[in-house]
Design a protein around this ligand. Structure first.
Ligand SMILES: [Zn+2]
Length: 492
């Protein structure tokens, strides 16, 4: 049995995070306040499915323990553990194999359970259901048979019809923190008698990107002879170390061409994983940014940060990840990193810039308002500079205006929110009724904005500025990234 399976939480007692979800669920259960349908919302890897499975087991357990947990011993618990409980039906709505029969499956919920108290449907990625399947689900939720429970899990709650949401009890799952993962790994290490260096655990957290399952697999794979060492991880995961990153950044700063060429060659020869390398660099730069906030060097770090982050977003579209890294590092050194290469100078671009005017947006059939960039100058990599923030005025359906420039300016002024401002500059906005859609240009920016805290912050900010409350929906729009340096792009 893999360590992940061994240490997967099996009851509420062994569930060590999502404290709030756990407590509210347990409270409801203690009072036997059981609803027809639960909705678990949270990003990937937050433990929604694990909790759904515990809940399903709990609902059907014949002999709950003193601590109000499933017993793991009764026929129902055992059947579930052996994947033999026909009444707990797990469906992954994202998987195509279910598309045809999912509706039928839901309709069959009307029939009595085979062996247990309840028929429990766990539908993962429920937002992927087809319209027909949602209709079938809604029909059951409107008049639920006493023997049926639904546990719906989703990463994208805005795609679920309101009619469904209003018939469920919603639980929001928080992102698992670095500390949670490091603590969990340390716990496993202790239980398995493995001596693990804390720095090695932190590195695993970074590489696994908050995915506990990946973190535990890496941990298992690299714990050699009951030891987990940072050195060993670095050597085998083809990573570089902090000193190298420091020198790498330093040679870009000092524009030391021979040194940077040497380092690039080293990366290529060692066949470093460029994706992980960029992640390491971005983390490294983040720390430098924090340290140098009041210093001149800050802006230089920002520029590098922007470039590395941008390359990161492009990696999956290029045949050779080394080449894009090399070209951009050389461009950084030669100071051309934000200049379009065919080689219109900035002043030439500004000369052809159309006079600024309020963008008039016509209502489209689907009542969406699209904001297109005014001129091609926007396609450059954004910098925190006044002139780069092109005026964009958006009207919502009521004709009320708001100015994105004003929003970005205001965000910039809040301490530690500059990274949000940076991301907004390169994003596309779309207003529909009370919803503000922000389409980011790459995964990295998407991750930055798509957190409950940032969305709440932006809604509040917009309300203060424009007296309208918008729900924020963050999307990913690769096309929206305009034609950044298409000419360079043509090389690939
Ligand atoms: Zn039981």
């Amino acid at each position: 049995m893999s360590l992940y399976q061994k240490y997967r939480p099996k009851d509420f007692e062994s569930l060590v995070w999502q404290e709030f979800v756990k407590i509210s669920l347990q409270n409801a259960m203690l009072q036997w306040k059981i609803v027809w349908a639960y909705l678990f919302y949270g990003s990937r890897g937050t433990g929604k499915t694990s909790v759904a499975r515990i809940l399903a087991k709990w609902l059907n357990c014949l002999d709950l323990t003193d601590t109000w947990n499933p017993c793991h011993e009764c026929v129902n618990c055992k059947a579930f553990q052996n994947d033999e409980n026909l009444d707990i039906i797990e469906i992954d709505a994202a998987s195509n194999t279910w598309v045809d029969n999912i509706r039928e499956l839901i309709e069959r919920a009307q029939f009595q359970p085979n062996q247990s108290k309840y028929k429990v449907y766990i539908i993962d990625e429920v937002h992927m259901l087809s319209k027909w399947a949602f209709n079938a689900l809604l029909k059951i939720l409107e008049e639920p048979p006493v023997h049926v429970k639904f546990i719906l899990a989703t990463t994208e709650i805005h795609k679920i019809p309101d009619t469904i949401i209003s018939r469920t009890q919603r639980y929001d799952f928080k992102k698992i923190t670095e500390q949670d993962i490091v603590d969990r790994l340390a716990f496993i290490a202790k239980s398995e008698n493995i001596s693990a260096e804390t720095e090695a655990l932190k590195l695993i957290w970074r590489i696994s990107k908050w995915w506990l399952r990946d973190a535990i697999s890496l941990f298992e794979q690299y714990s050699i002879w009951w030891n987990l060492k940072l050195e060993y991880l670095r050597a085998n995961l083809q990573l570089v170390w902090d000193d190298f990153l420091k020198e790498f950044i330093n040679s870009i700063q000092t524009k030391n061409r021979s040194e940077i060429l040497e380092k690039l060659l080293f990366l290529r020869e060692k066949w470093i994983d460029v994706k992980i390398f960029l992640e390491e660099i971005v983390f490294f730069l983040r720390d430098r940014l924090m340290e140098s906030f009041w210093e001149n060097i800050f802006h230089e770090y920002i520029r590098m940060f922007e470039v590395f982050e941008w390359i990161y977003g492009k990696l999956k579209y290029v045949p050779n990840t080394f080449t894009i890294l090399e070209i951009w590092v050389l461009k950084l050194i030669s100071g051309e990193s934000t200049v379009s290469a065919t080689v219109q100078s900035k002043s030439e671009i500004q000369n052809v810039q159309k006079p600024r005017e309020e963008i008039k947006i016509e209502k489209k059939a689907e009542e969406k308002i699209k904001i297109e960039p005014e001129t091609e100058t926007e396609a450059e990599i954004p910098e925190i500079k006044e002139e780069k923030i092109v005026e964009k005025i958006v009207k919502n359906n009521t004709g009320k205006k708001f100015d994105i420039k004003e929003l970005i300016e205001s965000v910039k002024k809040d301490s530690w929110k500059w990274f949000i401002a940076m991301t907004l500059i390169s994003s596309r906005f779309e207003i529909k009724d009370d919803t503000c859609n922000i389409y980011t240009s790459n995964d990295f920016n998407f991750q930055k904005l798509n957190t409950p805290e940032v969305k709440w912050y932006l809604s509040q900010k917009m309300e203060t500025l424009f007296s309208v409350w918008y729900s924020m929906v963050i999307g990913l729009d690769k096309k929206g990234w305009n034609n950044i340096l298409n000419d360079v792009w043509d090389i690939f």
